[in-house]
Ligand binder design. Structure first.
Ligand code: GDP
Length: 229
């Protein structure tokens, strides 16, 4: 205990320096070029996975398009839609040749025909299992609702495919601060036993900008330093 207390001032200064450097790396990555590469509806059409890749998944209407647009500072890169379940494409965005962002189709739309759900499962399963460059999946969860059965099914898939995932809470501006802490703690408790889960939960609001710089920093830590063609 004493040893730890004695070390704390130095450690915390170093940690603050690390944090500042990580935030700056995130800012720089997302300040650079971001290019839509391709939208893919069939597994055979996937682009090369030479670049490290981060995918975003979540229930329809979770705020995925808004989050991707907030991250990239572009208003219309990922198309926000009022018709949940409409798009069944994987959309690829190249961030300066250093990181590929993949916008996966939303799931869990109650009115989706069974055929669409089966197609989603097949496509995503193939994508998750075969993607060598996939470094992490950001699993978006609406902060108001927490984990729902379809989210747990996706986490089962991620555990099975051994794809590291990270929970990103969305729409945190709709909660009071005490509620947010409770929600995050409940989710942290639930994911603790999942092999593929990263314990850190990132709380974001695309409307207020909360957590965006932190998420950029996490993503920058997964990117290559130099552009890959
Ligand atoms: P997607 O279907 O997951 O891509 O979700 P969208 O990005 O289209 O967002 C769904 C709805 O939630 C839209 O009405 C957005 O304006 C709203 N929304 C998204 N992010 C936020 C947020 O951070 N805060 C609030 N209050 N609303 C949000």
């Amino acid at each position: 205990m004493a040893k730890r207390a004695a070390r704390r001032p130095k450690d915390s200064t170093a940690a603050e320096g690390d944090d500042a450097a990580a935030l700056e790396a995130g800012r720089l990555l997302f300040a650079g070029a971001c290019r839509f590469v391709i939208g893919v509806a069939r597994i055979d059409d996937l682009p090369s996975d030479a670049m490290p890749e981060v995918a975003f998944a979540g229930r329809s209407n979770v705020g995925k398009s808004s989050l991707i647009n907030a991250l990239t500072g572009r208003k219309t890169l990922a198309r926000t839609s009022n018709t949940p379940g409409r798009t069944q494409q994987l959309n690829f965005f190249d961030l300066g040749g250093r990181l590929m962002l993949v916008d996966l189709p939303g799931y869990g739309y109650a009115k989706a025909p069974k055929g669409d759900v089966d197609r989603w499962n097949r496509l995503i399963r193939l994508y998750l299992k075969g993607r060598v460059g996939l470094r992490r999946l950001c699993l978006l969860i609406d902060a108001r609702h927490g984990l729902k059965p379809p989210d747990r099914q996706v986490m089962d898939l991620l555990d099975e495919a051994a794809v590291a995932f990270q929970i990103v809470l969305t729409k945190t501006d709709k909660l009071k601060s005490g509620e947010l802490e409770q929600r995050a703690a409940a989710i942290a408790g639930e994911i603790r036993k999942r092999a593929a889960a990263n314990p850190e939960i990132i709380a974001t609001s695309a409307v207020r900008g909360d957590g965006i710089a932190e998420l950029r920093a996490v993503l920058a830590s997964l990117a290559t330093v130099a552009p890959l063609g």
